[in-house]
Design a protein around this ligand. Structure first.
Ligand code: GAR
Length: 213
């Protein structure tokens, strides 16, 4: 069966992109990477993508007067790559409702909290302030409202006494690197679908929920 083609959008170091690159290098993984696109010319992830021999593109948002103009260039590049699914991996630009709707149910994001708790920024600090005992990350289909949309999978990690935002972020990041490829695999293999704005999975599916050890 033909592999699902991914376009990965990044803004920074690209460690989640790297996790997807590694997953896609496994012969029977059902997806392959068609494009890595960054909105920042200095994103560290671009070097990682080039080192892996992947096609890369930069669309520097500072060069466009409007979000729409910036997104139109991104859309053309994504379309030209033949991507079936767009994966946001630390892509730190808000997307317009038009872009999100154009890619409805084909645009996924990883967010460093157990949504719907802690949408937005500084999730680890806020989790510590709230005193939650479980924290984690979520992979979800993107909707126009920020950090919202049908949840594909979640990974939980414990919050430990003595945690700082940095320590907690490191623990969550390890879980992110497991969760994102697992969720892409589910979608690319057709084992999970959106129905009435909820992701439904086949009964015997592993890897959707990753618990603390
Ligand atoms: C990750 O922790 C990801 O969950 C987060 O940015 C980091 C990117 O790291 N994304 C968001 O906060 C999106 N709202 P990476 O560049 O090493 O993958």
């Amino acid at each position: 069966m033909a592999k699902t083609k991914l376009a990965i959008l990044i803004s920074g170091r690209g460690s989640n992109m790297q996790a997807l690159i590694e997953a896609c290098s496994i012969p029977d993984f059902p997806a392959e990477i068609a494009l890595v696109l960054s909105n920042r010319p200095d994103a560290g992830g671009l070097d990682r993508a080039k080192a892996a021999g992947l096609p890369t593109a930069v669309v520097d948002h500072t060069g466009y007067e409007t979000r729409e103009a910036f997104e139109a260039v991104m859309s053309d590049l994504i379309e030209a790559s033949g991507a079936d699914i767009v994966c946001l991996a630390g892509f730190m630009r808000l997307l317009t409702a038009d872009f999100v709707n154009d890619w409805r149910d084909r645009l996924i994001n990883i967010h460093p909290s157990l949504l719907p708790s802690f949408p937005g920024l500084h999730t680890h600090e806020r989790a510590l302030e709230a005193g939650v005992k479980l924290h984690g990350c979520t992979v979800h289909f993107v909707r126009a409202e920020m950090d919202n949309g049908p949840i594909i999978g979640q990974a939980a990690v414990p919050v430990l006494s003595g945690d700082t935002p940095e320590l907690l972020a490191q623990r969550v990041l390890v879980a992110e690197h497991q969760l994102y490829p697992a969720c892409v695999k589910l979608i690319a293999s057709g084992k999970a679908r959106v129905s009435r704005d909820i992701v439904r999975t086949e009964s015997k599916v592993d890897g959707l929920l990753i618990n603390p050890a």
